[in-house]
Write a new protein. Structure first.
Length: 339
């Protein structure tokens, strides 16, 4: 089964947003170079296949030469590529045109611009407007990926006023092709700024409970971190959580890393029941568990679970106790006896 491949090129960023999951900023030094990204891409493409490649950070466009080189290679395999950026380069139209043209020539198929109160404290609205206009000039679709926050000021309407036209919501699109679209989700309280939040009542997903159930990212996405470690999912969780950053691609064969992940009881548990399934197991064993009734998103719950030593002790027991049950469920899914 083909998988998505995400390169977190670096945690280096030109700005320091008040909220940032991976705690990015100007002082980070580590980054993935083009040779390593091309090699990793080839290893995955020839073994598992690659559905799409995402370049993110930090701010990936701080590493344009490595981006151009890697993308030019991937372009020859005809695989869609997306860049997640704060679009700071939109502050100068001529520079923006040069960058966007080069990225188009290298095979870029979509931009995600991170926009919200936190980003716009540092990146002007005019820069976003210019970056959108230039992307349109070169026919690169733009998703404005917005994050909400209780009492936040910016909204879809803010960006519609900025661009002087309605922007369709991503969920309302009838086709996968678009010129511009807007998505909005709650800021996930992980990483820098998360400790500022004390009242989750308005914010947690009480209604749709999207944080419950199997994790759809495990086994589907592969994320390569700036330190060349591989994560078996979206890679949003705190980098200090060793359960999620386990394999050094520098010294371990790529396929071995993927096979280890595939046979991990923990990842199978997350894929089959999600962090909410693990939480339910912990609740049964630990009356004084300390979980909230609702969470903003499943990664937030995952983060809470894996930073707490008392939960991890129970998980270790659970992995032994639930081994046969998880194996059975996995086989059923593989044999397509269940949906
Ligand atoms: S949220 Fe994005 S733009 Fe802001 S500091 Fe983090 S990586 Fe940089
Ligand atoms: S819920 Fe956990 S396993 Fe799933 S993507 Fe988030 S951090 Fe990864």
């Amino acid at each position: 089964m083909s998988k998505g491949l995400t390169f977190i090129i670096s945690d280096k960023c030109n700005i320091t947003c008040d909220f940032c999951g991976p705690d990015c900023g100007p002082d980070h030094k580590e980054s993935l170079d083009a040779e390593f990204m091309i090699e990793t891409f080839e290893k995955q493409n020839s073994s598992l296949g690659v559905t799409n490649v995402v370049f993110t950070g930090g701010e990936p466009t701080l590493f344009l030469n490595d981006l151009y080189k890697t993308m030019s290679h991937i372009k020859t395999r005809n695989i869609p590529m997306r860049i997640v950026t704060n679009a700071f380069w939109g502050r100068n139209r001529k520079t923006a045109e040069k960058i966007v043209k080069n990225l188009l020539d290298c095979g870029l198929t979509e931009f995600n611009f991170s926009v919200d109160d936190f980003h716009q404290k540092y990146i002007s609205y005019q820069s976003i407007k210019t970056a959108v206009e230039v992307s349109k000039e070169f026919s690169i679709p733009v998703l404005l990926a917005h994050k909400t926050y209780p009492n936040g000021r910016s909204s879809k309407e803010t960006f519609e006023n900025l661009l002087g036209k309605p922007i369709p919501g991503l969920e309302s699109l009838e086709s996968e092709e678009f010129e511009i679209a807007f998505s909005s989700a709650n800021t996930i309280p992980i990483g820098r700024g998360a400790e500022e939040i004390t009242d989750y009542s308005e914010w947690s997903d009480n209604l749709n409970k999207s944080w419950k159930g199997p994790c759809k990212s495990v086994f589907k996405d592969i994320t390569v971190q700036p330190n060349r470690q591989l994560s078996p999912c979206c890679g949003i969780i705190d980098r200090k959580t060793s359960e999620f950053y386990f394999s050094d691609l520098e010294n371990t064969n790529f396929l071995e890393v993927v096979e280890n992940a595939n046979s991990s009881v923990l990842y199978n548990w997350l894929a089959l029941e999600g962090p909410s399934g693990i939480m339910d197991y912990i609740k049964e064993k630990l009356p004084d568990h300390g979980f909230r009734d609702s969470y903003v998103q499943n990664c937030e719950l995952c983060q809470q679970i894996f930073k707490e030593p008392k939960y991890k002790k129970i998980i270790a027991i659970g992995m032994e106790e639930k081994f046969n049950e998880l194996l059975f469920k996995r086989r059923l899914i593989e044999e397509e006896f269940v949906d």
